[in-house]
Design a protein around this ligand. Structure first.
Ligand SMILES: [Fe+2]
Length: 474
């Protein structure tokens, strides 16, 4: 287990205490490189393949025009609204949501809208989105959809009112896809009884790996994840597999399937695009960035982030979390340096604003960095190495959901000094915020039971080193 505050003379934090060393010894040989730990946990090497189209997880719910692919996400900035989305296949049907706090008394209703799209030779079902607002915090709501035909009911719990000391537990999943391994990852995540919402770091269905980006695989993915997405919000980040840019078959509108299927509350944070936005949820302020939208100087995303970061009130939301698809620090050979241009643009802002942690995906493996920054370099001064920086975020790559492209097993050697722990296994993570000063983070590889953490770390908030002083407000 790594803990904030302990470190060696290089300013590096010591990544393990005795119990975890013992645990590591049980699962395999752990080699120490100069920078940190490269785990050589031995996996069974099996090909990662997608679940066949007739798999039970893709089953269409019974009944005429039954709602399917149900998913929810936060509907406004403070968590008192929820966007409910689903697809009907036979006819549009109703876009209405009935909801209430008692299962047998759904005394509120909201009217949504539906949309559909064509992609090459595919025509989507009727994709409904309904934002239900003015919800009470920390309350379980039941909701029914499919009114008039086959009604299906689900439930969710709203987050507590935004505030510094409300505990909240996020799950972290990336690059999920729909392979047998994806199913193991999702099941493993669901086995955690505390996880309340998923921060998803991009690359959802991998439909674009099929001929003509077979959008039927967007539908199967929606049905596969419904068992989680219908009951707790997934906060969406876009990855390269959402681009669906295919001029060779006449599809030139990037992100067309994603934009129709997955709505996010971007306007609530003053964003002009669904690809970058922010939400507050309990004690956390979450900023979602877009690796595949322009972020150079003067661009809309650049301008938005420049104005957004100073708005974060760490006395209200102590935990500042950034989600982005392409990692800024990555010591695997896969996608090496792809996040570099965005790092160059934005890293100094994140350090200045004391972001606690940046979660990324894209690389199909796991990695956690030390707190480092690399912003001094000006092309002539030679200061081009990352250096320990207590104001910098921890960078975590969690692109290990288990999609059909398989694991990224090839690493740069030796392990760079900024890399604290890395392992090429599928898994997910949990970020468990306890209060304004501390959060406990765990990474769970798929081969382990849910009580086992293959990597873990106590996070100490960057603004609240102690409970009585917000150092960012000075
Ligand atoms: Fe990716």
């Amino acid at each position: 287990m790594a803990a904030e505050g302990s470190g060696d003379r290089m300013g590096r934090r010591i990544p393990f205490t005795v119990p975890l060393i013992l645990a590591a010894a049980l699962v395999g040989f752990v080699s120490r490189c100069e920078g940190g730990v490269t785990s050589s946990f031995v996996r069974k090497t099996e090909k990662t393949i997608d679940m066949p189209i007739d798999s039970d997880v893709f089953r269409v719910p019974p009944g005429y025009n039954a709602p399917q692919q149900v998913h929810i996400t936060q509907g406004n900035h403070d968590g008192s609204a929820m966007i409910i989305s689903w697809v009907t296949m036979d006819e549009p049907g109703s876009s209405k949501v009935l909801y209430g706090t008692e299962k047998h008394k759904l005394d509120s209703s909201a009217e949504g809208r539906y949309t559909r799209y064509k992609f090459y030779n595919y025509t989507s079902g009727y994709i409904h989105h309904c934002n239900i607002r003015k919800l009470k915090h920390d309350t379980t709501y039941y909701y029914a959809i499919g009114i008039g035909h086959t009604v299906r009911m689900f439930w969710f719990t709203t987050p507590p009112r935004v505030g510094p000391d409300v505990p909240y537990t996020f799950g972290l999943i990336g690059d999920l896809g729909q392979s047998f391994d994806s199913n193991v990852t999702l099941t493993h995540y669901e086995s955690n009884p505390k996880a309340q919402a998923v921060l998803f770091v991009g690359d959802l269905s991998y439909a674009d790996n099929y001929p003509n980006h077979d959008n039927v695989r967007w539908d199967t993915w929606g049905r596969f994840v419904e068992r989680s997405t219908a009951y707790q919000p997934w906060i969406w980040t876009t990855g390269n597999h959402e681009l669906d840019f295919a001029p060779e078959i006449g599809e030139t509108e990037p992100f067309k399937p994603f934009r129709h299927r997955y709505h996010v509350p971007y306007k609530a944070s003053g964003s002009t695009s669904p690809f970058w936005y922010s939400i507050k949820r309990g004690p956390a302020y979450i900023i979602v960035l877009a690796s595949y939208q322009a972020y150079g100087k003067y661009t809309p995303q650049y301008k938005w982030l420049e104005e957004e970061l100073p708005k974060v009130n760490r006395s209200e939301t102590p935990w500042l979390i950034v989600l982005v698809h392409s990692p800024w620090y990555n010591s695997y050979n896969y996608h090496y340096m792809e996040g570099e241009t965005m790092r160059v643009m934005f890293e100094s802002w994140l350090v200045k604003n004391k972001v606690d942690v940046v979660f990324a995906g894209h690389v199909h493996a796991y990695e956690r960095s030390h707190r480092i920054s690399n912003i001094a370099y000006n092309i002539v001064n030679g200061e081009c190495q990352p250096v320990p920086d207590e104001s910098a975020p921890v960078y975590i790559t969690i692109g290990d959901g288990g999609n059909l492209e398989g694991l990224a097993t090839n690493m740069t050697e030796p392990q760079p000094s900024y890399s604290a722990f890395r392992e090429a296994s599928f898994g997910h993570a949990i970020f468990d915020i306890k209060n304004r000063t501390h959060a406990y983070y765990e990474w769970h590889r798929n081969q382990d039971g849910n009580a086992v953490a293959a990597d873990s770390m106590w996070f100490q908030n960057r603004c609240w080193k102690s409970a009585d002083k917000n150092e960012c407000s000075v």
